[in-house]
Design a binder for this molecule. Structure first.
Ligand code: MCN
Length: 805
């Protein structure tokens, strides 16, 4: 087990208030729409109203003549601007992991503006450039696109059938890959012999990410010709710089990418979008700064969607409920194009469909398929909510089948507590865990026994408000890193992260991080780590990020990786600072290096506390360089680039209690308890906020949200009036608790927390609703469990042969 670093613990572990907030809550933040340049032009995008249509021609004459319009470009006009299509960095091959691949991934080219065919309603087909936003928008309707509508294919199973409309002609069919892991044969054997087998199909609805700030892009043209600064509401300025250089044929040295304040992303801004390339192309063509700001309804069409997977999940068990096998077949809707990591999303769940249990046989298979809908990609949790939902739903189904208490069934099957890496049936090494401890704590917090008693009373009284209790004991895999493992999964980038600490002669500390926070509070957390590690004042530390000119090295923020990779890199950089500072302290204090120790935030001669140097004192000496040890470089700046040895595996237990009105189908959450284990906690308040936000998003998924299309592939839930994003008023108070099993992967013992709530909560809610309705014979409901869906299920159950009527 890695030793957890010893620290003074002055800031770490406390709920220090976020340094970021005064600026943000007093309107001083600088978001993308706050950025403008003299002579700036506005870009607006013409989007296809058809889900699938041939483009026979684009007549720009009328639009070009409109007031203020500077240029109008069709896809064909811009074709010469692209050195390559938009990037897809995760070409998951058709293979059985971890064997070498048999066939390469089938990757359609995705040009930023479609020239031949529109492939989803919302696909960019032309671009207007004008001297104001309003004039650019006005001219959109004057662009005459000659569409020839084609039959769309909207359903994944239909899309795989022989004779289905082909979305990308060059591929010849719509299947992208079938990727497998585990042993189908072992699973077959175990399932054939098992006395109890439960199989269910779970539909994971297509979701629309709703960051407070939609996307936006500003491109400034530099003084030197061919020199561009791209400001984008993005989570990934570093990845954008590399990939957009390739798409645009711009040398990396000529492209600076800045993510200013970003109003949330939730994975949807972990992408490279058409509009980023379009704005660069227009700025290059016209030699002027340009700006594009996404409208909310555009956001619904043209920003990636999430989830959209069907899982056929099976569990095999003994009569006593001991699980012996788990297998799942997933059908994943990629949408019309492969965005940055679209194909890889189901693979992020592939290793977790057995949850916190240890079946002897495990098999996962996923087929990824194109449809004429908005592309899907990473949305908070990305693959892991799908896995968790399936395994935690089937645990309840198994409990029902065996007439066992769902908490007891889980306890019977937990992987026992461990603090050494544990080899999973799916081929990973979980870092550490104590799943029973989290469940016990959650059961106690929620008052499980009392709730079950109340449930029995309500059931016997036959009232119309039935109580349901739902449990979710989840595990997730985050801290996306070890580059070698990512490479085995065919991920197209590394998983390392960089941190630089500069100790300035003034006593101030500059931290440069390669992570790109957009709501996660890295500035505060990173200051806590550095303040404790270097014994410096929290307020003397400044954290710089989100600008490739200032922070050239980085892999950005997603996959709840920032603390366990970027924060740990910072810890290592601080150690490098201390190592160098020790040499200078020893020299100045005329002691041997071996006699210098780090104590109470200072470097001091062992046993002589009055003979000590602080980091700011040494930083000044290192800057003047008047009296440094022979051969030592001046300055006290260090960089550490970390590629950790493993992912981290946060876990926990969430329990939801609901009251379902059997006359109306309305569900009210009466209690929600979350016990999360994210290893050592740096900032208790930030963790609390992350968990709260995550649970809110998971409840939204379970009860409210779903992207719905009509038969022609037109998005019906096209704005917030139709797509129901719950507000605080619809959500209960959450009761939270923690267990701490430090990660064995990193010296801080930390695991990620940014997605935990979203991953854990949907099965807790749906299990609770089904549990409430069990006496009516209802054992299956898909998300979202809206009043209408619940009401209809009750009506169907009433009229069925075994129904209550
Ligand atoms: N933290 C901590 N102790 C821990 C774990 C985390 O104090 N043991 C703190 C970290 O220091 C950091 C925050 O919690 O300040 C989140 O850390 P981490 O779990 O490493 O996640 P990331 O910073 O990498 O954030 C990414 C994650 C993802 S993948 C999505 S999606 C998401 C999320 O964070 N999108 C968000 N949280 C979001 N929060 C906001 N406000 N907006 C988004 O778009």
């Amino acid at each position: 087990m890695t030793e957890v670093a010893e620290r003074a613990e002055k800031y770490v572990g406390r709920g220090v208030l976020r340094k970021e907030d005064p600026e943000l809550i007093s309107g001083q933040g600088r978001f993308i729409d706050d950025i403008s340049f003299p002579g700036m032009l506005w870009v607006a995008v013409v989007r296809s109203p058809f889900a699938h249509a041939k483009i026979n021609g684009v007549d720009t004459t009328r639009a070009t003549g409109m007031p203020g319009v500077v240029a109008v470009y069709s896809g064909a006009d811009l074709a010469g601007e692209w050195a390559a299509g938009l990037p897809c960095a995760w070409p998951v091959p058709t293979t059985t992991f971890p064997e070498p691949d048999a066939e390469d991934a089938r990757m359609p080219t995705h040009y930023p503006v479609a020239a031949d065919k529109a492939r989803y309603a919302g696909d960019a087909v032309a671009v207007v450039v004008a001297d104001s936003r309003a004039r650019a928008k006005d001219a959109l309707e004057a662009v005459d696109v000659d569409y020839e509508p084609l039959d769309p294919v909207l359903d994944t199973e239909e899309s795989l059938k022989e004779g289905a409309p082909v979305i990308h002609d060059e591929l010849g069919s719509n299947d992208i890959y079938t990727w497998k892991t585990g042993s189908a044969e072992d699973a077959e054997r175990v399932f054939a012999d098992a006395p109890v087998v439960v199989k269910e199909r779970y539909e994971h609805p297509r979701l629309i990410p709703n960051a407070i700030e939609p996307r936006g892009v500003v491109v400034d043209v530099g003084h030197a010709q061919g020199d561009y600064t791209l400001y984008s509401a993005t989570q990934i300025p570093h990845i954008a710089k590399v990939t957009l250089s390739l798409t645009m044929g711009i040398a990396e040295s000529k492209l600076r990418v800045v993510a200013p304040n970003v109003g949330g992303g939730f994975g949807s801004k972990l992408n490279i979008y058409a509009e980023e390339a379009v704005c660069l192309a227009v700025a290059r063509k016209l030699g002027a700064p340009v700006k594009w700001i996404e409208e909310r309804s555009e956001n619904y069409l043209a920003t990636i969607h999430g989830r959209a997977q069907t899982s056929d999940m099976e569990v095999a068990a003994t009569e006593e409920g001991k699980i012996v096998g788990m297998r799942v077949k997933v059908l994943a809707d990629m949408g019309a194009y492969l965005q940055l990591v679209t194909p890889g999303i189901p693979i992020l769940g592939a290793f977790l469909y057995h949850g916190v249990y240890a079946p002897e046989a495990y098999y996962f298979e996923c087929t990824a398929v194109l449809t004429n809908k908005t592309p899907t990609d990473a949305y908070r949790g990305a693959g892991r909510p799908e896995a968790t939902y399936a395994v935690e739903r089937i645990m309840d189904a198994l409990a029902r089948r065996l007439d066992k208490d769902p908490a007891e069934l889980r306890r019977l099957n937990f992987i026992p507590p461990f603090d050494e890496p544990w080899a999973t049936p799916a081929g990973l090494q979980f870092d550490s865990g104590d799943y029973g401890a989290a469940l016990d704590k959650a059961l106690e917090l929620v008052g499980y026994d009392d709730l079950r008693r109340e449930q029995q009373q309500r059931r016997s009284s036959g009232g119309t408000k039935q109580l349901g209790i739902g449990i979710s004991t989840y595990i997730e895999m985050c801290g996306l890193a070890p580059s070698q493992v990512l490479s085995a999964l065919r991920y197209g980038a590394g998983g390392w992260e960089a941190a630089t600490i500069r100790c300035k002669p003034t006593g101030k500390i500059e931290v440069v991080t390669g992570t790109t926070p957009h709501g996660q509070g890295h500035v505060t957390s990173w200051c806590q780590i550095v303040a404790d590690e270097l014994g410096v004042d929290f307020d003397d530390i400044e954290v710089l990020h989100g600008d490739t000119a200032i922070s050239p090295l980085g892999m950005d923020t997603y996959g709840s990786r920032s603390l366990s990779v970027g924060g740990v890199a910072l810890h290592h950089a601080a150690n490098k600072i201390k190592d160098k500072a020790k040499k200078i302290a020893a020299h100045e204090l005329e002691a041997s290096e071996d006699d210098i120790e780090w104590s109470d935030g200072k470097l001091q001669v062992k046993g002589a506390p009055d003979k000590a140097k602080t980091i700011p004192e040494i930083a000044f000496s290192a800057w003047t360089a008047h009296n440094l040890p022979e051969g030592l470089e001046p300055g006290l700046d260090e960089t550490y680039v970390l590629d950790p040895p493993n992912f981290t595996f946060p876990s926990g237990a969430h329990i939801c209690a609901v009251e379902v009105d059997t006359e109306t189908g309305v569900t009210e959450i009466t209690k929600y308890v979350a016990v999360d284990d994210c290893g050592t906690i740096i900032n208790t308040q930030i963790v609390e906020g992350q968990v709260h936000g995550g649970i809110a998003q998971g409840i939204a998924e379970a009860m409210y949200e779903e992207a719905v299309y009509d038969d022609n592939g037109v998005l019906l839930t096209s704005h917030m009036g139709y797509y129901r994003v719950p507000s605080a008023a619809e959500l209960p108070s959450f009761e939270t608790g923690h267990t701490v099993t430090p990660s064995t992967t990193n010296p801080l013992g930390v695991k990620g927390v940014g997605e935990a709530g979203t991953i854990a909560s949907p099965p807790a809610v749906v299990n609770a609703v089904i549990n409430a309705l069990e006496p009516l014979g209802i054992t299956q409901l898909d998300m979202p469990v809206t009043p209408e869906r619940v009401y209809n299920a009750i009506q169907d159950a009433d009229s069925s042969p075994g129904g209550a009527a």
